[in-house]
Design a protein around this ligand. Structure first.
Ligand code: ZN
Length: 279
């Protein structure tokens, strides 16, 4: 299933994208897309509904973050070899982990806000993992059973805040609008192999990133298992699995006000954002 939340910010309704591509309203059946709907049992109940019998949503409403109940967003750094090289950082022996503030999340097509004082605003297309159940100390073999689904995640970053202001990366990762999620949460059953997905990103129509999740250093299963040794993962938690080469930092150019970013992951849909100034 492709689960969505649509409507104005703060008043989103639950929905799904039917096999014919139409947006359908789920609000007569569920109060939202949250922990219940992410669980195996909740997904089963939704799957039992006939999408063609659900009311069609008129027009093209705004899409919000496709699910709620995010207790944390865990970022994996330098998870593609060529990106580690362009960042002039060593290939990690274990996953590099950082946290993104949950207040950074935004709809897939909402504007990206350039923070006050920003000079190096950068893009990062990523595969997002959405956890479906409470997870601790899970083996690599069982790790993906704990995943509710996958989504496109834009790990928007401010490199000067991240790398030139001392301490850890988190200062450049958690600003408002630095975590567009969606358009859809695609449930795990529809993603046969999360390590075989093309992912790409354009700035003003020019292709900047074009790679495959096959190039990840640490696979989704390894990452979920690894993180579960250090923290409890809860339903709705998001793991952004790292970005491939082609970011602005490697190209010596950064985002400006008015720039238009488009990005997508194979089978998971596309996002489009315009850069505006934060107030
Ligand atoms: Zn990233």
């Amino acid at each position: 299933m492709k689960l969505v939340r649509f409507g104005p910010k703060g008043r989103e309704k639950p929905g799904l994208v039917a096999p014919d591509g139409t947006l359908r309203d789920l609000s007569a059946h569920v109060p939202g897309i949250g922990w219940d709907q992410l669980s195996t049992a909740g997904q089963k109940r939704l799957r039992a509904l006939n999408p063609a019998a659900l009311p069609k949503v008129r027009g093209t409403p705004r899409l919000g973050v496709p699910f709620t109940g995010i207790s944390k967003i865990v970022g994996i750094g330098l998870n593609y070899r060529a990106h580690a090289l362009e960042a002039k950082m060593p290939i990690p022996a274990e996953p590099v982990v950082f946290m993104k503030a949950t207040t950074c999340i935004s709809g897939p097509n909402d504007p990206v806000l350039m923070p006050i004082g920003s000079s190096k605003l950068d893009w990062e297309v990523e595969l997002g993992i959405v956890i479906g159940r409470e997870t601790r100390q899970v083996s690599e073999a069982k790790a993906l059973d704990h995943v509710a689904g996958y989504c496109v995640f834009h790990d928007v970053s401010e490199r000067a805040f991240q790398l030139e202001r001392g301490g850890q990366w988190d200062k450049g990762k958690g600003c408002d609008s630095f975590g567009p999620i969606g358009p859809w949460l695609v449930t795990r059953d529809e993603v046969a192999d999360p390590q075989a997905l093309r992912l790409w990103l354009d700035v003003n129509g020019e292709r900047m990133q074009d790679s495959s999740t096959a190039d990840m250093i640490f696979s989704c299963a390894e990452i979920v298992s690894y993180l579960s040794r250090f923290m409890t993962l809860l339903p709705g938690d998001v793991i952004c699995t790292g970005t491939p080469q082609g970011v602005g930092m490697g190209r010596g150019r950064f985002l400006k006000i008015g720039d238009r970013v488009r990005l997508g992951v194979e089978g998971l849909g596309e996002q489009a954002q315009t850069v505006v100034a934060a107030k």
